[in-house]
Design a protein around this ligand. Structure first.
Ligand SMILES: Cc1ncc(COP(=O)(O)OP(=O)(O)O)c(N)n1
Ligand SMILES: Cc1ncsc1CCOP(=O)(O)O
Ligand SMILES: [Mg+2]
Length: 507
């Protein structure tokens, strides 16, 4: 037992675990790299035993370097003897000797399930494991497998070159491979000629199942086989029965292929896809202001729909005008809006802000910020605590916290905030019963704070200069509500205020 457990630490959580025994793909679309990403996407830990290192890209396989059998054995022993994976998934097993070593290890260290992807030829047509492995694969490894996942070519090779051209042939192949001793077979029909759908056939010794899906038009299919097998392994590790493991794994692969159908990585004819379904969104949002830049606090526009309503403007019209006037960050502070309207307004405002590289934060409402994928939130001392907001929003989002005192500023820093809003600097009618800290209170907070500070409260064209002239380097700007939004022209007021604060700074 571990020393930590003896010291009465909280109960530890055992996580599902797949060990992949496969080759490394330098292009990271297939092999070990695909297995790692798949398991991460499916919420399962993945350890790795590397059998070969390949030099590979989107054009094909340029080189293969097979690891010594004894070193494969050593890796297997390291992982199996200590980490006790639930499921082993195999990919490229490039020599009969390596397959024998694996079979010995699997007999010595039992696992709950074995998924065998009989990788032989890459999708680019390059040989990854030659015909010399076939006898050992058939006779020694397949009888240990819970599921074997050949594509058409691999199924044909396992059946001594049988011609497989129709779905009926796939049924036949699944049954014949089952007879080699494994507990189930999934013959993948992605390469089946003259078939408009992608059809896979599962045989579990009793029943034949067909999984049909429309073909996704994409060049980004490199690593599909490895991914499907490791997704099945991950679902089995999580406790799914075999049929549901295959069903969920197929659904995952289809979603990833569909999401990635138009991403561009590499110059070759077959690209990788995105296992985590994030890359495209990140690339499309490249005009988003990230990471947080404290200089964006310079002219911080905070909305108020009652004021804007009085002047006959929608929230988004007000935000558009503030940005055109030079606002460098926007906060939607909509105390009276119902949630649905707030969310719709937020979505519109995000588009406006991001088209100009301006971050958009939400006042108080983490739920709205999450729902519209805002850049962050601003919260006060009686709102959701900043450390909880950080946990909910993750490390990337901007979190601002209102502070009137140094102790609050210190706590905001510890809790993971990005900036502090300090005020009211001057008396204000916008926030009821708000204590005024004055310029001295603002300076005290700034001097004690490790975070950048924006001043708020009663600030406008006539009194912004003394704030900006305070002479503390971490005071980055002013946040204003009524001076922009309780005026006839938001655009003109924003421009004017910007000129006041930039003039003060340049003196
Ligand atoms: C930039 C900035 N600073 C302070 C506040 C005030 O936040 P809070 O104390 O939570 O009060 P409400 O705005 O929620 O009334 C702010 N909104 N923005
Ligand atoms: C939200 C807030 N927090 C402290 S003062 C204040 C109101 C600021 O509004 P105005 O700029 O109109 O004084
Ligand atoms: Mg608040």
């Amino acid at each position: 037992m571990r020393a930590m457990q003896q010291q009465q630490e909280p109960a530890q959580v055992r996580v599902p675990h797949v060990l992949t025994v496969a080759g490394s793909d330098s292009g990271a679309g297939a092999g070990i790299q695909a297995d790692l990403k798949t398991c991460a996407a499916r919420g399962v830990y993945c350890s790795t035993v590397i059998t070969a290192v390949t030099a590979q890209n989107t054009a094909g396989v340029q080189g293969v370097n097979i690891l010594p059998e004894e070193f494969v054995r050593e890796q297997l022993r390291s992982v199996l003897s200590d980490m006790h994976p639930d499921v082993v998934k195999t990919g490229m097993l490039p020599s009969p000797g390596i397959i024998k070593v694996l079979c010995q290890s699997l007999k010595e260290f039992q696992v709950r399930a074995l998924v065998v992807d009989p990788v032989m030829v890459s999708t680019s047509g390059d040989i990854l494991a030659g015909p010399s492995i076939l006898a050992t694969l058939r006779e020694e490894l397949l009888p240990l497998a819970d599921i074997v996942t050949p594509n058409i070519r691999e199924a044909s090779a396992l059946l001594c070159g049988a011609r497989l051209e129709t779905v009926a042939d796939m049924h036949f192949a699944a049954k014949k491979i089952y007879d080699l001793g494994c507990r189930s077979v999934l013959v993948k029909g992605g390469d089946l000629p003259n078939c408009s759908d992608a059809v896979d056939v599962l045989f579990d010794g009793k029943e034949l199942f067909e999984f049909r899906a429309a073909r996704i038009k994409t060049y980004n299919t490199h690593g599909t086989g490895c991914t499907l097998a490791s997704a099945i392994a991950a679902e089995l590790a999580r406790g799914s029965p075999l049929f549901y493991a295959v069903k969920r794994a197929k659904h995952y692969v289809e979603s990833a292929l569909d999401y990635s159908k138009d991403i561009l990585i590499g110059e070759g004819h077959q690209g990788p896809f995105d296992h985590l379904l994030t890359l495209k969104n990140n690339a499309l949002n490249e005009c988003m202001p990230r990471p947080f830049d404290p200089s964006s606090l310079l002219l911080y526009a905070v909305t108020d729909s009652n004021m804007n309503k009085r002047w006959g403007r929608s929230i988004s019209e007000a935000v558009q005008a503030a940005i055109e006037g030079g606002a460098t960050i926007v906060q939607l502070r909509e105390k009276d809006a119902n949630t649905g309207d707030f969310l719709e307004a937020a979505k519109t405002c995000i588009k406006i802000c991001h088209s100009r590289g301006v971050p958009l934060l939400i006042n108080d409402r983490i739920d709205v910020a999450l729902a519209c994928d805002a850049d962050g939130v601003h919260i006060g001392q009686s709102d959701i605590p900043a450390h909880v907001a950080r946990k909910l929003l993750g490390p990337e989002k901007i979190i601002g916290v209102s502070c009137k005192m140094p102790a609050q500023a210190e706590k905001a820093w510890v809790d993971g905030a990005d900036y502090i809003g300090c005020g009211g600097v001057y008396p204000t009618n916008t926030k009821q019963n708000n204590i005024t800290v004055g310029l001295d209170g603002l300076k005290t907070v700034c001097l004690s704070s490790k975070l950048p500070v924006v001043a708020i409260g009663g600030i406008g064209i006539s009194n912004a200069k003394p704030v900006m002239d305070l002479g503390v380097p971490n005071l980055k700007g002013v946040a204003v509500v009524s001076a922009l939004f309780d005026r006839e022209s938001v655009l003109a007021e924003t421009q004017h205020l910007l000129s006041v604060i930039t003039d003060s700074r340049s003196q």
